[in-house]
Design a protein around this ligand. Structure first.
Ligand code: NAG
Ligand code: NAG
Ligand code: NAG
Length: 399
């Protein structure tokens, strides 16, 4: 009786109706914010700790910019982030004789010299204390109050690049795709393959840099770069991603086509390509050692973010294998990034960068703002110190 076609049909209909009715509501909009938080907050509890799943969080700040240290201290406290402040370096205090040789004649500005030294000092400290992984922020970085949930999602996506797929080989999912018929694959976040649980960091065991705050990055495509994975992990329906009309290209950005290429409210995780600005990046111990060797000792030719961009793009890897280390295998650094970024520069009232002045269409002199960040900590600080809940906060990039 039960298996008569009409019964089967009835069951299927009921099943379909159930799916339609019990489908979770879409994640956009203020009403579902809490659900979004709850879904992810439980997956990797260590990412919700005071150092965001890294061993330490450093913020670089020139001591005389006490205004920024005040604001940054408050922003970190309101997000329950334990930040360690690192003194920035003024360019005039950097001696010529400490610079890598190839910096001679490059006309490097004082601002770039100070910035280079400050970033080298952080890397030096990470190496000295054998810190497993650290997040490095510039002092005007801003983030969404839902950062910890965003990082849970990012960590899971990043593992497609940083963790081994069991059984088959020693490769990550991204590396495996390199030799497949779909090297340019766009993979739904909800359908990522299982990867081996990491031991060193919740973000995965084999990465050098996680470039979480930038002002533009290219979406990798095959065959733009042989041997670099062009995998894109798409996080659909992310309510913390602004609508496409708010994803205007930053004046420094090379290509910011994310708003046109993917459905609204999609966040994309991929390998870094042509990424600029270092508002926020994490380094592993292995990454810190490579970077300190390359840029503390070998090379200093331009702004720190541009050197990091080229390093992640593999420019230095190629150069070094060509010359002295001829027998080492060519292995590109693993730098994972995300669009839109999870950290962004906050443009306060009249405050300019100490390295270079900001410019271009993004920046309005009248309005305080942070590109890409919806429930900005900086712009909600007054409400938060007065005890406002999540539902009382202002979304600066409303749909
Ligand atoms: C947060 O978690 C990371 C990764 O497990 C760990 O290295 C770090 O020490 C933790 N931070 C705190 C403050 O417990
Ligand atoms: C690309 O990777 C393969 C195997 O991993 C290697 O044999 C080849 O030399 C690499 N090509 C370049 C240009 O680095
Ligand atoms: C980065 O962008 C510049 C300018 O668009 C382009 O010339 C260069 O080839 C790009 N680099 C990479 C590694 O894609």
């Amino acid at each position: 009786m039960l298996f008569r076609p009409r019964n089967v049909l009835a069951f299927i209909s009921i099943f379909v109706v159930c799916i339609l009715f019990f489908k979770p509501p879409p994640l956009h909009g203020a009403s579902s914010t809490f659900e979004y938080l709850e879904t992810f907050a439980k997956k990797f509890p260590e990412i919700s700790n005071a150092t965001l799943g890294f061993q330490q969080v450093f913020v670089i700040n020139l001591p005389e910019r006490s205004d920024r240290r005040d604001a940054g201290t408050l922003a970190a406290a309101l997000s329950e982030i334990d930040a360690t402040w690192i003194d920035g370096v003024a360019g005039q205090h950097v001696l010529e004789k400490v610079l890598p040789e190839d910096s001679a004649g490059k006309g490097i500005s004082k601002g770039n010299k100070g910035s280079w030294r400050a970033h080298m000092n952080v890397l030096q400290r990470i190496v000295q204390h054998n810190i497993g992984s650290a997040l490095i922020l510039e002092d005007d970085a801003d983030w969404d109050v839902r950062l910890k949930s965003q990082l849970q999602v990012f960590a899971q996506a990043a593992r497609a690049f940083t963790q081994r797929v069991p059984g088959k080989s020693q490769q990550s999912f991204a590396e495996e795709l390199l030799s497949s018929r779909f090297p340019d694959r766009e993979q739904d976040f909800n359908r990522l393959p299982y990867t081996v649980p990491p031991r060193l960091s919740p973000y995965g065991d084999s990465w050098d840099v996680l470039w979480l705050g930038h002002c533009g990055t290219e979406i990798p495509r095959v065959p733009k770069k042989v041997n670099m994975s062009a995998l894109k992990v798409l996080v659909p329906d992310d309510p913390t991603v602004p609508a496409p009309r708010h994803l205007k290209a930053h004046p420094f950005a090379l290509q910011d086509a994310i708003g046109e290429l993917y459905p609204p409210h999609t966040r994309v995780v991929h390998l870094s390509m042509n990424t600029t600005c270092t508002q926020a990046y994490a380094v592993s111990q292995r990454g810190a050692r490579k970077l300190l060797w390359q840029f503390g000792l070998q090379t200093f030719t331009t702004g720190w973010d541009l050197m990091l961009r080229d390093w992640c793009d593999g420019s230095y890897t190629q150069a070094s294998t060509d010359s002295t280390n001829g027998n080492l295998p060519t292995k590109l650094p693993v730098c994972v990034t995300v669009q839109p970024p999870l950290f962004s520069q906050h443009y306060g009232k009249g405050a300019a960068s100490d390295i270079t002045a900001p410019g271009g269409g993004f920046i309005s002199k009248k309005k305080e703002m942070t590109p890409y960040i919806r429930l900005s900590v900086r712009l909600n600080m007054e409400r938060m110190v007065n005890g406002a809940g999540l539902e009382d906060l202002v979304d600066q990039w409303e749909d």
